[in-house]
Design a binder for this molecule. Structure first.
Ligand code: HEC
Ligand code: HEC
Length: 213
C-alpha cells in the first residue's frame, strides 16, 4: 500500500513538472522559444556592436579579434584595416597605422598631399574624405591603445607631420647607432616595418624586433 502511494506520488510530481503529458509539449515549446529569443538577442547585440565603429568599440572589437592571435599581448596600435588607406598610403612606404599620430596631424598630412615631403600624392576629394574619416576615428587621440596613449602624453600641443619626430619614438630609438639606419635594407627610422616584424599587425613590441643586416 505504502509502495503504491509512493509510486503515485512520483507520477504526480513528474506530471506537475515537465512530465510526459501535454504539458511536456508546452514546456519544451517554451524552452525552445526562449532559446530562440536568447539567440536572436545575442546576434542582434553582436550585429549592433559590429556596426558600431566608434571610438570605444574599435578597441573592444580589436581585443576580441586578437584572442585568435598566437601572441597574447594586446597590439600596441590598431593595425590598418581600411583597404583604401593601404592602397593610397601604402604605395610608397609602410602604411603607418593611424594610432601613431593624432587626428590634427592626419588632417594636415591629407590637406597637404600636393607637396607631401617633396612628393606629389594625387588623390581625389572623395577618397580624401574616406581617408580622413578612417584616420580620425582611429588616430592616437581617439583609439585608446597603449602605444597611442604613450604617444599622446608626449605630444604637448604640437601638430607634427612625422611619426619619427614624436618625442616618444625618438626616445625609444635613441640608442641605435645612426649607421644602422643607413643600411640599404633599412634606409631610415621612417621604415618601421624593416625592423618591427609585427608592424603590419600593430605590434611594435621589443620582442618582435629583428634588425636587418
Ligand atoms: C608618392 C609616394 C607617397 C605616397 C603615395 C604617400 N607617401 Fe607618405 N611619404 C612619402 C615620402 C617620400 C615621405 C618622406 C619619407 C622620408 O623622409 O623618409 C613620406 C612620409 C610620410 C610620413 C612621415 C613618416 C615619418 O618619417 O614619420 C607620413 C605620416 C606619411 N608619409 C603619411 C602618408 C599618408 C597618410 C599617405 C596617404 C594619403 C601617404 N603618406 C602617401 C611618399 C608617399
Ligand atoms: C633600425 C630598426 C628600427 C626601425 C626602422 C624602427 N624601429 Fe622602433 N625600435 C627598434 C629597436 C631596436 C627598439 C627597441 C629599443 C629598446 O628597447 O631599447 C625599438 C622600439 C620601438 C618602440 C618601443 C617598443 C617597446 O616595447 O618599448 C616603438 C613603439 C617603436 N620602436 C616604434 C617604431 C615606429 C613607429 C617606427 C617607424 C616610424 C620604428 N619603430 C622604426 C628598431 C627600429
Amino acid at each position: 500500500m505504502g509502495r503504491k502511494s509512493l509510486q503515485q506520488d512520483n507520477v504526480v510530481d513528474f506530471g506537475s513538472g515537465c512530465g510526459r503529458t501535454k504539458k511536456t509539449k508546452i514546456c519544451s515549446r517554451l524552452i525552445l522559444s526562449s532559446c530562440l529569443l536568447l539567440i536572436f538577442a545575442f546576434f542582434t547585440a553582436a550585429a549592433l556592436a559590429d556596426d558600431h565603429e566608434g571610438k570605444h568599440d574599435s578597441h573592444k572589437k580589436h581585443d576580441t579579434k586578437h584572442c585568435d592571435d598566437k601572441h597574447d599581448d594586446n597590439p600596441d596600435v590598431l593595425p590598418v584595416t581600411n583597404p583604401n588607406y593601404s592602397n593610397e598610403c601604402g604605395a610608397c612606404h609602410f602604411a603607418y597605422p593611424p594610432g601613431l599620430l593624432p587626428s590634427a596631424s592626419w588632417r594636415e598630412i591629407v590637406a597637404g598631399l600636393e607637396n607631401h615631403f617633396g612628393e606629389e600624392v594625387a588623390i581625389d576629394t572623395e577618397s580624401k574624405n574616406i581617408l580622413i574619416q578612417y584616420l580620425e576615428s582611429n588616430a592616437a587621440d581617439t583609439s585608446k591603445t597603449e602605444l597611442s596613449e604613450k604617444i599622446m602624453r608626449g605630444i604637448d600641443g604640437q601638430t607634427l607631420l612625422r611619426i619619427t619626430e614624436l618625442s616618444y619614438i625618438i626616445k625609444k630609438h635613441h640608442d641605435i647607432e645612426p649607421s644602422v639606419f643607413k643600411r640599404p635594407s633599412i634606409g631610415s627610422l621612417s621604415n618601421c616595418a624593416a625592423c618591427h616584424k609585427g608592424a603590419e599587425t600593430g605590434d611594435f613590441d621589443d620582442d618582435r624586433i629583428v634588425m636587418p643586416k
